[in-house]
Design a protein around this ligand. Structure first.
Ligand code: MRU
Length: 369
């Protein structure tokens, strides 16, 4: 997507890249946005996993592609030809990347796919070559999936619509296009004008810092609103539509895990008769879990809730404490929205009813492969 550079020009950028010459994974340093645009080179697969844990890169789909490249990077770090020792190394790479963050299913789906495809390799070199090709393909497909769901979802955004979104489900959370934002970008391309309310998304403020930044780069009319403003705004008829992303959507039940605060918005939207959509590529489907309660919810540190990061007027990035000194915090990163609150799931293959995902398993999995 577009990033404005000096002189008001814009350049095309993807969130995650890989350099086969140096075996480095290149990531946009999202912790510095919107104040500075920099990239970070992860030198080893452990650095790549750490970048996921530390939220240098974040968002389910971006983390999926990062895990896929991290796997290719990790397998390439092995030197030698002994298959037994390589398999032990590969198991460690798989484990470290799988555990980088717990809630999103995309990295798990990506790593499973990498391992399945690589099993065709009968030497270390073959395995490494398949891993690289598979990671490139995973990332390409992920971009295609987001582009396709954007085209399908664009019809939901009418001329003059006021759309609310939560967290960042934009291109920064994917490789390109985004999930919740992909229909917005497609509607903009179709010449429609609309307004986006970016819900701030405390404690990490991805809505205020990342979605708002993306909207600005793309020239889409937007405002940041506090998370607490949603009820008031819906009650006053200021929101026509809500679109969010997801970190894990259970195909068996239609339950949607997404950034903490999503459930609250879905309840409010239902109360006010406002359509509530979730946009996902097929890699966000979890075919195994049977209940939303089983989704591992990331429990994050106190400092995110007790303070905030920002930039001083001199441009210095800093953290300030807001909460009472000595107070501890409870900080669940995600929540789960039940299917009855969701109007539709925007996927690359259609806008589907959440409770009927399982019925379409064969068709969806065919598309996925
Ligand atoms: O904690 P984050 O910033 O990784 O959470 C991101 C979200 O919750 C997004 O809404 C989600 O990943 C869906 S869009 C890719």
């Amino acid at each position: 997507m577009k990033v404005l550079v000096e002189g008001g020009k814009s350049k095309h950028c993807e969130t995650v890249a890989y350099d086969p010459e140096t075996n480095r994974v290149e990531l946009i340093e999202q912790r510095l946005l919107p104040h500075r645009f920099e990239t970070l080179n992860a030198q080893t697969y452990r650095d790549t996993a750490q970048a996921i844990t530390d939220m240098v890169v974040r968002g389910a789909i971006a983390n999926g592609a990062t895990a896929a490249y991290g796997y290719a990077q990790g397998t390439k770090e092995f030197s030698g030809t002994d298959l037994e020792s390589f398999r032990r190394h590969e198991a460690e790479v798989y484990e470290v990347l799988t555990k980088a963050r717990p809630t999103a299913v995309d990295p798990i789906n990506a790593l499973k796919e990498m391992r399945r495809l690589c099993a065709a390799g009968s030497t270390v070199t073959e395995w490494q070559a398949i891993a690289l090709a598979a990671a490139v393909e995973y990332s390409r497909r992920s971009v295609e999936g987001c582009r396709a769901l954007g085209r399908l979802g664009a019809g939901l955004i009418a001329e003059g619509a006021r759309v609310m979104t939560h967290c960042n489900a934009g291109w920064l959370a994917c490789v390109d296009f985004g999930t919740a934002t992909a229909p917005m970008y497609a509607a903009q391309e179709a010449g429609r004008r609309f307004h986006v309310y970016c819900s701030e998304t405390r404690p990490r403020s991805q809505g205020a810092s990342l979605t708002a930044w993306e909207m600005g780069q793309q020239g889409i009319s937007h405002q940041v609103v506090t998370d607490n403003a949603a009820g008031h705004m819906m009650q006053r008829g200021m929101v026509d539509l809500v679109i969010v992303g997801s970190d894990r959507t259970l195909a068996r039940t239609g339950e949607v895990a997404n950034k903490i605060g999503t459930y609250m918005k879905a309840v409010l939207a239902k109360r006010h008769g406002i359509p509530f959509y979730v946009a996902i590529p097929l890699s966000t489907l979890d075919w195994e879990l049977e209940k939303g309660d089983e989704i591992p919810i990331e429990d994050r540190g106190d400092e995110e809730v007790c303070g905030a990061w920002g930039s001083t007027s001199e441009g210095q990035l800093t953290y300030v404490r807001v909460a009472s000194p000595g107070s501890r915090a409870f900080n669940p990163g995600f929540d789960v929205t039940p299917p009855e609150l969701i109007t539709g799931i925007i996927t690359p293959v259609g806008i589907l009813e959440p409770a009927r995902l399982l019925e379409q398993r064969t068709e969806l999995q065919l598309r996925l492969s």
